[in-house]
Design a protein around this ligand. Structure first.
Ligand code: BES
Ligand code: MN
Ligand code: ZN
Length: 474
């Protein structure tokens, strides 16, 4: 799918050359006649390397048909890594067969970005339809590139796409049981340990909050625990918690039909932590990471938990249920307690499609980031810049904590619409026992309804790349 090469040895179906605006240099190894041809076509098309403009020329060279595309990248001084993503996505999307990409410009040498976009272009969720979309095989030719090993790009691309596929699969395919099996198989393939807890073991641990949310569904919950210890001597363990609602009907506070439609994606956080574990293990990263998913379905039924119920959590705090649709935080409360107390993690990142409120605040571009620890948050934001994902930190003033106080329990699970992504975070903060913690609200970024600048619509796998980068740079 993606290879970095140092010699061009075969003909390709498509040849892309990325050029900046200005005088375009034409491949010196072509025949005199063909170089003239290219020059004339560029002149006629008035092509100067402007951003998102291209010229595509086919001609015969040594008895072979060659198709060459010059892709404009715009002005060198204004060019950003995101521009490279966008230009690559637009020029690769829709191609088929073998593709050679070459560029001599030193600003265009980030092989990570080429790998990212190739895997992105090749991802599609077409298992259930007859017309499959095209896949491309890309060779990247950059002269004198020091590190030509593409295994990191490949494994990240594969694991991001693995996560995307879990999210795109509907809830009649991915349920707590099958999600656990997928994690188990990935663990075998990549080399991390997976332990699955059934509801009886979960009950023994005292995770009554998680079980309350899970109660009405015919498909029983699973807690998925994944361990990757790449540095056994070190006592630091990064904890990852992913929201794993394989479907969210809203429970008795039932969602509308429109609101429910996308709720197969409510295990997006779980998909991200599973994919991240795969990437860490595949790359034999020398760090310790434990991930936990409390997987269940928020269903309706005579057995469902109700508004007004008071529920005890694993750490002893009680929750008044105001709204059964604010279920994610209820499951995460116990997952956080479990990972801190039983797995002894030294810091924790949770990732969850948690609130509609974060979409009101940030739309689909930025993931909401919340943290009780500035140093950890800064490191995470730096990691996100390294890989090109976007996060925006939102505040956690203690005043917001007042809003989740309850008259009948220690806290309540909903404080209404105002600042709802923040009050949801204050709720989670109650369960992190002072450990350095980051909460990522991916409700807006896990799944797109229309194409982004370089992301196809559907699941995005957001978080895999940044969490991976954060862990390796610790
Ligand atoms: N899973 C949803 C949040 C969500 C909304 C994710 C849209 C992706 C797209 C969550 O469980 C939820 O229902 N949140 C509600 C809570 C409210 C009813 C208290 C919300 O934020 O609107
Ligand atoms: Mn909900
Ligand atoms: Zn939910």
């Amino acid at each position: 799918m993606f290879k970095v090469i140092d010699k061009i040895e075969k003909p390709y179906d498509e040849n892309l050359t990325l050029v900046f605006q200005g005088k375009v240099e034409i491949c010196p190894w072509l025949s005199e006649d063909n170089r003239k041809l290219i020059e004339k076509v560029m002149e006629k098309e008035e092509f100067n390397g402007e951003k998102n403009k291209k010229v595509k020329i086919s001609f015969m060279e040594h008895g072979n048909l060659v198709t060459l595309t010059y892709v404009g990248c715009g002005k060198k001084e204004e060019f950003s890594k995101d521009d490279l993503r966008e230009v690559l996505f637009k020029s690769l999307n829709g191609l088929k067969g073998t593709v050679l990409i070459s560029s001599n410009e030193k600003e265009l040498r980030d092989k990570e970005i080429y790998g990212e976009i190739v895997y992105n272009v090749n991802y599609s969720f077409d298992r259930y339809i007859e017309s499959k979309s095209n896949k491309i095989d890309v060779d990247l030719f950059i002269e004198n590139l020091e590190n030509k090993d593409e295994s990191l790009e490949k494994s990240l691309g594969e694991m991001v796409n693995f996560a995307r596929n879990l999210v795109d699969e509907p809830a009649n395919v991915i349920n707590p049981e099958t999600l656990a099996l997928r994690a188990e198989n990935l663990g075998k393939e990549c080399g991390f340990e997976v332990e699955i807890f059934d509801e009886y073991r979960v009950a023994e641990l005292g995770m009554e909050a998680f079980l309350a949310v899970a109660r009405a569904s015919k498909i029983r919950p699973r807690m998925i625990v994944m361990r990757y210890m790449g540095d056994k001597e070190n006592k630091n363990i990064v904890g990852l918690v992913g929201k794993g609602l394989t479907y969210d009907t809203g429970g008795l506070c039932l969602k509308t039909a429109d609101g429910m439609l996308e709720m197969k994606t409510d295990m997006g956080g779980a998909a991200t932590v599973i994919g991240t574990m795969g990437a860490l293990a595949k790359n034999k990263v020398k760090k310790n990471v434990v991930a936990v998913v409390a997987a269940c379905e928020n269903a309706i039924g005579s057995n469902a938990y109700r508004p007004g119920d008071i529920i005890k959590t694993m750490n002893g705090k009680t929750i008044e249920i105001i709204n059964t649709d604010a279920e994610g935080r209820v499951t995460l409360a116990d997952a956080l307690t479990y990972i801190i107390r039983e797995e002894k993690v030294t810091e924790v990142i949770d990732i969850a499609t948690l609130t509609g409120g974060v979409m009101v605040a940030l739309g689909t571009l930025n993931t909401g980031l919340f943290s009780n620890n500035d140093e950890m948050a800064d490191k995470f934001l730096q990691a996100s810049k390294n890989v090109g994902e976007k996060y925006w930190r939102l505040p956690l003033n203690k005043e917001y904590g007042e809003l989740i106080k309850s008259n009948v329990a220690d806290i309540k699970n909903s404080a209404g619409r105002w600042a709802s992504s923040i009050t949801a975070s204050k709720f989670l903060e109650e369960f992190v026992e002072g450990k350095p913690w980051i909460h990522l609200d991916i409700a807006g970024t896990a799944y797109l309804n229309s194409d982004g600048k370089w992301l196809k619509k559907g699941a995005t796998g957001v978080g895999v790349r940044t969490i991976f980068n954060y862990v390796i740079n610790k």
